[in-house]
Write a protein that binds this ligand. Structure first.
Ligand code: SF4
Length: 317
């Protein structure tokens, strides 16, 4: 399955195969499992259930997008972003490893596209990336993980930081708690301000910090910090409300570290106005001071404290 996408942070989605197993609280209301393609194709979810590879014509789509790079760039002033995969997990260990090799080959053949690989199985990534002679630090790959609570943050972000990738991001959706990520947003090495701000550098170095010639921060394939954070609430049947404090704190942590932040959506529930009538069952009290109102994804919108947050990292390639 591939399509032009309505997802705020990408231009198209590509699914090399469909099917998965739930591995996280973020999977509880898995969109992929209940989406139309999964239902129509009668794909079963779970351990041992066969994954279904998508059609050859679907696999040709990224090659077409890659060819159309000049037109896309002229219209948008940037490269096309492809989300892989919305109906599966690239690093699923129940997928035929040859399919993954085919996917890596496809990524290598499409250098004009930025591939956003988002996984809930970052623990498998290093081993699976090594199965291909294509380098994990490929410049057109952004490697991201889903993190919905503090436990996942502390378990999985260090694994992401240890995995070579040119761009590293967090998708914190559906956000299920107040999560502290600040220490992961800053390199553990001396921070090179000119580098982070995208200023012109000679030889890849800003030349302003002592010892910059040997500082690994300047090597994008080994950098140990997060480049981008996406956050959002849950949507669909059974969606759980997100406390308004949770995305606010993420926004503020990103601002403090000069890391781009994108607020994708409130989801089904949005903060209720100060005075409410809680008799209709449309409200949920998240604490003494905050009520949430069930409005549906569209009406709940994506304003956080009155404005959108649509920041992206600098282009990957
Ligand atoms: S990893 Fe993604 S696709 Fe797989 S079950 Fe979880 S939410 Fe669904």
């Amino acid at each position: 399955m591939s399509e032009n996408s309505k997802i705020e942070w990408c231009d198209a989605t590509f699914n090399p195969w469909i099917g998965c197993t739930k591995v996280s609280p973020g999977c509880d209301h898995c969109y992929a499992e209940r989406s139309t393609p999964s239902r129509v194709q009668k794909i079963n979810w779970g351990p041992g259930a066969p994954r279904r590879r998508t059609s050859a014509s679907n696999w040709r789509k990224p090659l077409q997008w890659n060819k159309a790079h000049a037109e896309f760039f002229a219209a948008h002033g940037r490269r096309q972003r492809v989300f892989c995969a919305s109906l599966a997990d690239v690093f699923d260990n129940e997928v035929d490893p040859r399919w993954r090799i085919d996917l890596f080959d496809l990524i290598e053949l499409t250098p004009n596209l930025d591939w956003l690989l988002l996984t809930k199985r970052i623990g498998n990534a290093m081993r699976m990336l090594k199965s291909h002679d294509w380098c994990a630090g490929q410049r057109n790959v952004w490697l991201g993980i889903t993190v919905v609570n503090q436990e996942e943050a502390d378990r999985d972000i260090p694994k992401l930081l240890a995995t070579p990738a040119h761009m590293k991001f967090l998708s914190m959706e559906p956000l299920r708690g107040d999560v502290y990520v600040r220490e992961y947003l800053t390199p553990s090495f001396p921070h090179c301000v000119a580098f982070v701000q995208g200023k012109q550098m000679e030889d890849g170095y800003c030349g302003r910090c002592g010892g910059h010639r040997s500082d690994p921060i300047h090597r994008r394939d080994t950098h140990d910090y997060i480049d981008w954070v996406i956050a959002g609430g849950e949507s669909g049947a059974g969606a759980r409300p997100m406390h308004p404090t949770w995305p606010r704190r993420l926004r503020d942590q990103c601002a403090g570290a000069s890391v781009p932040f994108l607020f994708k959506q409130w989801g089904e529930w949005a903060p209720a106005p100060g005075v409410i009538d809680a008799s209709g069952g449309m409200f949920h009290r998240v604490d003494d001071d905050a009520w949430m109102q069930r409005l549906g994804k569209k009406d709940a919108g994506r304003l956080l404290d009155g404005r959108t947050h649509d920041e992206f990292p600098r282009g990957a390639a």
